[in-house]
Each structure stands twice: as structure tokens, then as C-alpha cells.
Write a protein that binds this ligand. Structure first.
Ligand code: EPZ
Length: 417
């Protein structure tokens, strides 16, 4: 087990380069099974979720090689259609291996997926969409057994704009017979990135980023090299760190248009922000309460930044209501923030935050990926020393988290316990 030891109260000054997006890389890795030619993912972050997904591909028979920052995938010898239970439980995004494994092999077997414990996280929309494309699905003993002939394009209406379900159906539809139309599709930027990657492989996908994605099935897909889009959630995490700690930060490899909902909130809080090309500048002095933060599907306020902005709301002047509309149990960071002196009351999906001048250091424990990052930000802004344990969550999604923060003045180090 490891922990961060953090000495709070230091403003952050300098530049941070944002990594490629975890939630873009994972579906790209799943897509690499759709071809027996080599795929190269440039600037691929070495985070636990990516390494676990790479391990799943290796279990399918793919050859995986990291060379510097680039990840090489050769699926020519892939032959296994079963995704190992231990890995599926470790990684929620294992579920969108279904679409590409079914397209490649005509069958797939997977244990119900795991991932961070932030809610029920059903996969009914994934399975409903795959059935529309002709997949036969049996669920028994915690496993999902799927089989199909050649997948057939279809009209799929999603009851909810699920990111994973949209991606899973795109992957299954890419080489299906005929055209698939996904209505009420997720509009997150990672959808458009998957579209661009599939088209780079010879696919014919359009509408990514809108509510209607159209996939014209093709006979085959070839290899490709691709640099994923930058991680809007990592960028948002460090923007919130600046708002909490003060100082001036520059984020490079960051797209302001992909974090516009957060930028609006930070401007309400009185942060000075401007963006030029792939850089975002932020200067933070005062912190006025944003009053209300409601998470919703893109382009609304991202649920993945709910925990970090709840930590920021703890030290704003005034009260803030934070409403988590996406996941049922995404407030596990709240009791830990209260240990640091925060004044928060949770009722169902609402957190009522009353701002205090400063938090104080404490020993706290991460309960999920983004909650862990929120606790680290709280510790960086707090008076005195803190310890944040169970770093395996943060390591799922943030590459070199402590190094990036130390480079801009934070006193944070990783200690084995
Ligand atoms: C993706 O998860 C992201 N993960 C999540 O990021 C992110 O929080 C989420 O999208 C929402 O933006 C990856 O991309 C790997 P959903 P996903 O399907 O696809 C319900 C992080 O911290 N739903 O859009 O699992 C579900 O219960 C992670 O990086 C169904 O009801 O999210 C939830 O309420 C956490 N049935 C809502 O949709 C389904 O079949 C949104 O889920 C699928 C989802």
C-alpha cells in the first residue's frame, strides 16, 4: 500500500502538460481488436486502467508492446474470445470489449464488469444495443455469454446517452452488414475521438459528438497510428487545484472547449481564465461560492469533476449545492473532507456545502478515482500536513500525479506503508 504525504498551503506556479485521455484510450484499445494489422497509440498514458486493458488484450492473444510513450498492439494472432473475470472485475471499460470481440470472433464471454464503486453501473443499454445488432446473449452465474453470425446494422435508440454503450455499439457496428444509427448517443468528446480512430482504420462513422451517430459497416479495417485527445478530466482536476491553492498555472495540451462547463463555474468563483490554442491559463485569488453545481451528460458539468469541485466548494465564501445526477454513490469523498474540517450535509444525490476559510490537514482514505484526486487537492490547500492513502485509485487515471504537482510547487510525496 502507498500514501501521499502532503504539506498544504503552497500556491501553485508553473506549467503542466496534460496527458492523453484515459477515457479515450480505453475504447481505442478495444477497437484495435477489429483489425489483424498493427495499431499504434501515440502518447499513451501508463496508468493502471490502460495497463489492465492491455492485459485483457494480451489474454485475447494480442501482442502488446510499450516503446517510450507509444503503445503497439498487434492482434494478428488474437484467438481467445473470453475476457478473464479477474480483469473484467478490475476494469469497468472491459465491457466495451464485447462489441469488438463479437465483431472479430462471433462470440464473447465476460464476467460482469467492475470498476470504481460509484453506483450500480448496469450494462442493460450495452446489451440491448448489441441485441439490436443480432447478438444472442445469455447471462448465467455472473457471466455474460454472447454469440452472433455476422452482425447486422440496425437502428438503436438509447434510453440514456451512455458513453460506454455508445462506444460498444459503435465498435460492434464498424464491420456489421449495413448501417447502424445510434439515437440519443453520448456526445462526450471521447465519442468523436473513437469515430476519428475508426475512420483512420478505414471505417465510415459520422455524427460523433452529436446525439445521432451513424456507422456504415465495412468489410474490413486496417491498422492505424493515432494520438488520442487530451484528458479533459485531468485538465479540470489541475484547474481546480489552482483555484484551491492560488497562484498561476498554465495547462498545455489542453482543449478549453472540452472543459467549458467547468471554466464557466471557475469564472463564477472569480478565477481569471483565458485560453489560446492548446493552452489554458488560470490565476486564482478569491473564491466566491458557485451556488449550484449539477452534473449532467456532456456538454453539461462532468460527473468526473464533481468530487474535485465539491472539495473546492468547501473553501469558497458562501454555500454551494452539489447535485450528482449520474451515479448513485459518488459522495464517498465527503466523510473524508469532513475529517479535514469541511461543513457538508449529504441528502441523497445532493451535497449541501457551507464554505469555511480553510481546511486542516488529516489522514484520509481514497474510495474511488476522482474522490481520491479531490482529497489530494483538499490536502494541498489545507493548513498543515495530510496523508492520503489507497493510491491505487488515483493511479488508475492520473499518470505522474505527484510529479506534475511537485513541478509547480506542491509539497507532495509518495511513501510506501
Ligand atoms: C464513462 O463511464 C466514463 N468511463 C466514466 O468515467 C464517466 O463518469 C461516465 O462515462 C459518464 O461520463 C469511461 O469512459 C471508461 P455511462 P460509463 O454509461 O460508460 C447509466 C472516470 O472517473 N447506465 O455514460 O460507465 C449509468 O448507471 C470514469 O474516469 C445504465 O443505466 O458511464 C449511469 O447512471 C468514472 N445502463 C449513466 O448511465 C447502461 O447500460 C452514465 O453511465 C449503462 C449506463
Amino acid at each position: 500500500m502507498e500514501k501521499f504525504v502532503i504539506e498544504g498551503g503552497r500556491p501553485l506556479y508553473g506549467e503542466i502538460k496534460i496527458q492523453s485521455a484515459k477515457n479515450a484510450v480505453l475504447p481505442l484499445l478495444a477497437a484495435s481488436v477489429l483489425t489483424d494489422e498493427r495499431v499504434v497509440i501515440r502518447a499513451c498514458p501508463r496508468i493502471a486502467d490502460v495497463l489492465n486493458m492491455a492485459q485483457i488484450l494480451a489474454e485475447l492473444g494480442c501482442k502488446i508492446t510499450f516503446a517510450g510513450e507509444d503503445l503497439y498492439i498487434d492482434s494478428a494472432d488474437a484467438a481467445n474470445h473470453e475476457i478473464p473475470a479477474a480483469l473484467a472485475k478490475e476494469l469497468r471499460s472491459s465491457v466495451f470489449m464485447l462489441g469488438s470481440v463479437l465483431s472479430r470472433f462471433g462470440r464473447a464471454r465476460i464476467a460482469y464488469p467492475g470498476g470504481c464503486d460509484i453506483g450500480l453501473r448496469p450494462i442493460d443499454l450495452h446489451l440491448c444495443g448489441l441485441r439490436r445488432l443480432g447478438v444472442r446473449i445469455e447471462e448465467e452465474g455472473g457471466y455474460i455469454n454472447c454469440s452472433c453470425g455476422r452482425l447486422i446494422g440496425a437502428d438503436v435508440q438509447l434510453d440514456f446517452p451512455s458513453v460506454g454503450a455508445t462506444e460498444n455499439i459503435m465498435l460492434a457496428a464498424a464491420k456489421a452488414e449495413g448501417t447502424t444509427v445510434i439515437r440519443n448517443a453520448a456526445k462526450e468528446p471521447e465519442i468523436a475521438d473513437l469515430q476519428d480512430f475508426l475512420n483512420r482504420m478505414g471505417g465510415r462513422v459520422s455524427g460523433g459528438g452529436t446525439a445521432t451517430v451513424i456507422v456504415e459497416g465495412v468489410r474490413s479495417l486496417h491498422g492505424a497510428e493515432y494520438t488520442p485527445l487530451s484528458d479533459r478530466i485531468e485538465a479540470g482536476t489541475f484547474l481546480i487545484a489552482s483555484a484551491m491553492c492560488g497562484g498561476e498555472l498554465v495547462l498545455s495540451n489542453a482543449r478549453a472547449e472540452n472543459v467549458s462547463a467547468l471554466l464557466d463555474k471557475l469564472r463564477e468563483i472569480s478565477c481569471k481564465i483565458h485560453a489560446v490554442d492548446d493552452k489554458i491559463y488560470i490565476k486564482s485569488e478569491r473564491r466566491l461560492s458557485p451556488k449550484l453545481v449539477e452534473t449532467s451528460p456532456y456538454p453539461g458539468f462532468p460527473t468526473d469533476l464533481q468530487a474535485p469541485i465539491t472539495a473546492l466548494a468547501c473553501i469558497c465564501e458562501g454555500s454551494t449545492v452539489v447535485v450528482e445526477n449520474l451515479f448513485e454513490t459518488r459522495f464517498k469523498h465527503v466523510p473524508e473532507l469532513i475529517r479535514m474540517g469541511a461543513d457538508i450535509t449529504v441528502r441523497g444525490r445532493n451535497a449541501f456545502v457551507r464554505g469555511v476559510p480553510r481546511l486542516h490537514g488529516a489522514d484520509v482514505c481514497a474510495g474511488d478515482l476522482r474522490g481520491g484526486a479531490a482529497l489530494a487537492l483538499a490536502a494541498l490547500s489545507a493548513e498543515g500536513a495530510s496523508a492520503v492513502t489507497d493510491l491505487r485509485y488515483i493511479d488508475r487515471g492520473y499518470a505522474q500525479f505527484e510529479y506534475k504537482l511537485r513541478a509547480v510547487g506542491a509539497r507532495i510525496r509518495r511513501v510506501r506503508i
